[in-house]
Design a protein around this ligand. Structure first.
Ligand code: ADP
Length: 475
């Protein structure tokens, strides 16, 4: 029962019913009132007509000359005639009037001058006015009466039974009530149907959302294609579900990838330690195994650190603390830091660094620079003569950029779209002690996107690669 009151459909229906009642009842009452008013005015006109005809008949019976057309004799005239002589109306006139109406003419003291035989005993004539003439119409029980009185001491009353009219009004009342009730029920039915139609998409949304909550993340709410509020809501929810699904899939993939990547070093650690423990070894053999284990542990540490960094960057999103950062000194530092590595690989650095000020997190942007320059060195041909890596920065089109270009091996067209994916390495064999986690570019892209920028790569196999990072300039 209480769930009924919580249901929007029922509440709308209840309000709708009340409002409809609020409109139908006054309408029926007004219609009834007007009809009754109209009926009374008709009866009053009827009474006035009967009264005039009666007076003319009286005057004729009293021997007065043929009554004039127009307003007829005054009450005083008539009273005078009634007092002067006893007037007896012809039987047919009496029958005619008494079948439809009753009448009474009286003196001021209540003496009956003339009265129909069917006149009710409880007749109440109009009190005499102090001067002039007064008249009214009144309903008493099932009778309607027209009463007149003059200051000269004469009062008259013509009335008739209105049971028939009352019954008619009674019938009209029932008809109005029936029509009003029918309109109300029709309105309720229409309202219920409309309410159902309006609420149906909500039920669909709710059902689909439940299925999605149960784990069916590919489900989507059917949109009708119109621009109704509920359609807009469905679209927004679908977009939210899309994003949630993508995030969930990323998370799943991430966990799978991370486990997969960690499994290899753990396997190496276990197999090496198990192997060495099977029997006594020479110190040289122990040293070798410890070195292998140390390198493997280092790799795991790097991997875990990279994973943490990626997760942190994905979690912080765009809402990081922003400071004004000039990319030129930041790139210069990265170059200096990597100079020893470049030297051992006989790679020459070329720098062309112009100020490029943006707003961002200096440490994160430094990590991007180190990663790109480090990649350019690390993935360069082992002993290519005249190997170089060029690092440049500047501003263009209201944006700041930095570029890392090398004349290394380049990246094949098939690999190019995937190098920003997590754990993607072009050379699958280059893992292990070489320190390649396959996460560097994924981290770089996340950081750049968190800063509202883009990272792009152009590469020609055999000729080299160019990585360009663009960021919004500091205003
Ligand atoms: P990692 O360097 O740890 O392998 P990255 O995400 O940094 O992972 O790079 C992904 C892959 O892209 C690398 O394994 C490498 O094959 C390729 N790559 C990145 N930078 C370069 C470059 N400058 N020249 C050639 N290949 C590159």
């Amino acid at each position: 029962m209480s769930s009924w009151f919580h249901s929007i459909r029922w509440r709308v229906q209840a309000w709708h019913g009340l409002i409809l009642l609020g409109a139908i009842i006054p309408f029926c009452l007004t219609a009834y009132h007007f009809a009754w008013d109209h009926q009374l005015r008709r009866i009053d006109r009827d009474l006035q007509g009967s009264e005039r005809r009666l007076i003319r008949a009286l005057l004729m019976a009293s021997g007065a000359e043929s009554p004039r057309r127009g307003p007829g004799p005054s009450p005083e005239e008539l009273a005078q005639k009634l007092r002067e002589r006893k007037i007896t109306l012809p039987a047919d006139i009496i029958a005619l009037f008494e079948s439809t109406a009753y009448y009474s003419f009286r003196e001021a003291d209540g003496t009956i001058l003339l009265q129909s035989s069917n006149a009710p005993a409880d007749l109440e004539l109009l009190p005499l006015p102090p001067e002039g003439f007064t008249e009214d119409f009144r309903s008493i029980g099932s009778r309607r009466e027209s009463r007149r009185a003059s200051a000269q001491g004469f009062s008259s009353l013509v009335g008739r039974d209105i049971t028939e009219e009352r019954a008619e009004m009674h019938r009209l009342g029932w008809v109005l009530a029936a029509c009003g009730g029918a309109v109300w029920l029709l309105g309720l039915g229409g309202g219920w149907w409309l309410g159902g139609r309006a609420i149906k998409p909500i039920a669909t949304i709710s059902r689909t959302a439940s299925r999605i909550a149960e784990g069916n993340l590919t489900e989507r709410i059917d949109t009708e294609g119109n621009d109704s509020e509920l359609d807009q809501l469905s679209r927004v929810l679908n977009q939210t579900f899309d994003r949630l699904h993508a995030a969930f899939e990323r998370q799943k993939q991430f966990t799978a990838d991370a486990s997969h990547e960690l499994r290899t070093p753990v396997t190496i650690l276990l197999s090496e330690t198990e192997r060495i423990m099977k029997r006594d070894r020479t110190p040289e053999e122990y040293r070798d195994v410890i070195r292998t284990c140390h390198e493997t542990a280092e790799r795991m540490a790097r991997l875990i650190e990279a994973l943490l960094m990626l997760t942190r960057q994905q979690a912080t999103g765009a809402a990081q603390t922003r400071e004004s950062v000039d990319l030129a000194p930041l790139l210069q530092d990265a170059v200096q830091q990597l100079q020893p590595l470049a030297s051992t690989r006989q790679i020459r650095f070329e720098t062309n660094l112009s100020p490029a000020r943006c707003r961002g997190e200096a440490l994160a942007l430094a990590a991007v620079a180190t990663n790109l320059i480090g990649n350019a060195i690390a993935h360069h041909h082992a002993a290519r003569s005249a190997a170089w890596v060029q690092v440049s920065s500047g501003t263009a089109d209201g944006k700041v950029f930095f570029r890392v270009q090398d004349n290394g091996p380049g990246i094949g067209a098939d690999d190019l779209p995937r190098i920003f994916d997590r754990f993607y390495r072009v050379d699958k064999a280059r893992t292990g002690s070489s320190g390649h986690t396959g996460l560097g570019l994924a981290i770089a892209r996340t950081i750049v996107e968190n800063h509202g920028g883009t990272i792009a790569v152009q590469s020609v196999p055999g000729e080299g690669s160019t990585f360009t990072v663009q960021l919004p300039a500091a205003s």
